[in-house]
Design a binder for this molecule. Structure first.
Ligand SMILES: Cc1cc2nc3c(=O)[nH]c(=O)nc-3n(C[C@H](O)[C@H](O)[C@H](O)COP(=O)(O)OP(=O)(O)OC[C@H]3O[C@@H](n4cnc5c(N)ncnc54)[C@H](O)[C@@H]3O)c2cc1C
Length: 483
């Protein structure tokens, strides 16, 4: 069997479905394949996504049933970041993200793609056919049946594994898969609330109200988190856990089990899932040989919190814009335009976020607590990071910090080098999109981003006389039970 298309999209997660729909809407013949059935593709849990990404991607923002809680008024929402070792809190009022039910969003995007004329097939790649260094067709296999699909542009939207990227030498050489110390494993599940009073007590203990989120960054050491989302009616709770297991931290499954065992008010699991997220800046090379990478396959992820949905949707729109009107959608100059515009618009923010993530991965709990306690990370900076916007300290923050830094220079001196590096990266990383200077700039960027620490196991996090945050948390719930 064989088929011909203008564009073949591999992967129907959020990024793949969005690009397939955008290209088909402009009259391209688009075939999309996914190894999973329609209705099972992409992320199947709750993701926090900045609202501006939908606008930039020219997509309707999720509302109603596509959200963790329908009709949750943004102004009544808040997120509390509780520093490790009881080291202070930062409260973000009306955080600039939507809690999206990804099952519903992905299903809407896939149905819109089909409605725009995209032909969807189930299948996985068996092999890639190259001619003169360019991909001309994929052989796709499903249950023993093989089909050759020829296309002038192939879009790899297959997520972390980069199913096309890994098979095309021109890409595989320059787009290495994320190494274990740069791989976050996360789990996110929704639960019923068995005992409302238990949840009320949990919120009170942590100074939060119904409908608020509580995040415990670095709970298992280094780059790790436990975040709890609550519904205003106190009938639902979402739990997110994530860490980099290769660094010796407890993994997402273990953290989840530990938390659920200690919070008996949490009832039966409803839905959610687990997966891995590549934490690194986007590849310098986003397209070659008639193949464009988008979403997790391109490492288009905000590493500071492992978020790839919003920026993947934006990349889908940018690719469709670059392709518009081109005779050959896979031509090198078309792909160069996509690469350049993506890096120019988002390369700086995402690269600076990765440098910050690497810093956090190697910092002690006390250093991280000091960020919040000393006011080095204020509400404006945290909101910008959550919104995936440039994190530039405001003049007001600098004025507020100056007298404190003079009185107690330690935390500020430790923070200054990473603040300076992210400020430089924020501006310079955009240049890697230029094919003339990109490769040489990239080497300097590598050294500014720094190495990702490999071993930050729980042992590294116990300061004399203190315990890790998970134990503190366990104690909190135990003492409440005793009471
Ligand atoms: C628990 C968890 C929580 C997260 N929280 C957030 C969050 O709060 N905010 C946020 O923005 N991001 C979050 N992320 C990351 C986010 O889910 C991903 O960045 C996003 O789903 C990437 O979208 P994508 O379309 O690029 O890839 P995916 O969603 O991975 O979709 C890829 C698709 O390709 C298909 N595929 C794979 N290989 C093949 C193949 N060989 N052949 C055919 N099809 C193939 C898969 O079946 C899948 O449907 C989280 C991730 C996890 C695991």
């Amino acid at each position: 069997m064989s088929a011909h298309a203008d564009v073949l999209v591999v992967g129907l997660g959020s990024a793949g479905a969005a690009v397939a729909q955008a290209l088909a809407a402009e009259g391209r013949r688009v075939v999309a394949i996914d190894k999973r059935e329609v209705g099972e593709t992409g992320a199947r849990w709750v993701n926090a996504v900045p609202e501006w990404c939908f606008e930039r991607a020219r997509l309707r923002a999720p509302s109603g049933g596509e959200l963790f809680v329908a009709h949750h008024d943004a102004s009544s929402r808040a997120m509390h970041l509780l520093a490790p070792e009881g080291g202070g809190r930062l409260t973000l009022r009306a955080p600039p993200v939507l809690h999206v039910d990804m099952r519903r969003l992905v299903d809407r995007l896939v149905h819109d793609a089909i409605g725009a004329g995209v032909t969807v097939r189930r299948g996985r790649i068996a092999s890639v056919e190259l001619e003169g260094g360019r991909v001309v067709a994929l052989r796709v296999e499903d249950g023993g049946r093989e089909e050759r699909i020829a296309a002038r542009l192939v879009v790899d939207a297959s997520g972390l594994g980069g199913a096309v990227r890994e098979r095309v030498p021109q890409l595989a050489r320059v787009c290495p898969a994320a190494s274990p110390e740069n791989l976050c494993v996360a789990a996110q599940f929704q639960h019923e609330v068995r005992d409302r009073a238990g949840l009320e007590a949990f919120l009170e203990t942590h100074g939060a109200s119904p409908g608020h989120d509580i995040a415990f960054p670095s709970i298992a050491g280094g780059f790790s988190t436990l975040t709890v989302f609550t519904s205003p009616a106190l009938d639902r709770v979402g739990v997110l856990t994530g860490s980099i297991p290769a660094t010796g931290a407890a993994d997402a499954k273990e953290m989840m089990a530990r938390f659920l065992a200690r919070e008996p008010w949490i009832g039966p699991r409803l839905w959610g899932g687990r997966g891995a997220i590549p934490l690194r800046r986007p590849y310098r090379v986003l397209a070659r040989a008639g193949v464009a990478l988008i979403g997790d396959a391109a490492c288009q992820v905000h590493s500071a919190h492992g978020s790839g949905v919003g920026i993947g949707l934006v990349a889908a729109r940018m690719l469709a814009d670059a392709v518009r009107g081109a005779d050959d959608p896979g031509a090198d100059e078309v792909l160069a335009q996509y690469e350049r515009s993506f890096h120019r618009e988002h390369g700086g923010v995402l690269t600076a976020a990765d440098a910050f993530r690497r810093h956090v991965q190697g910092a002690s709990a006390a250093e991280l607590a000091a960020l919040i306690e000393e006011g080095l990370l204020d509400e404006a900076l945290a909101m910008a990071a959550l919104a995936q916007r440039p994190t530039r300290p405001s003049p007001a923050l600098v004025l507020r910090l100056a007298p404190r830094a003079l009185r107690n220079p330690g935390p500020a001196l430790r923070f200054f080098p990473i603040a300076a590096r992210t400020a430089v990266l924020d501006r310079v990383a955009a240049l890697v999109g230029s094919r003339r200077v990109g490769a040489s700039v990239e080497r300097s960027i590598d050294s500014l981003v720094g190495e990702a620490p490999r071993h930050v196991g729980p042992g590294a996090w116990r300061e004399p006389g203190s315990r890790d945050r998970a134990d503190d948390l366990a104690d909190t719930s135990r003492s409440r039970e005793d009471a």
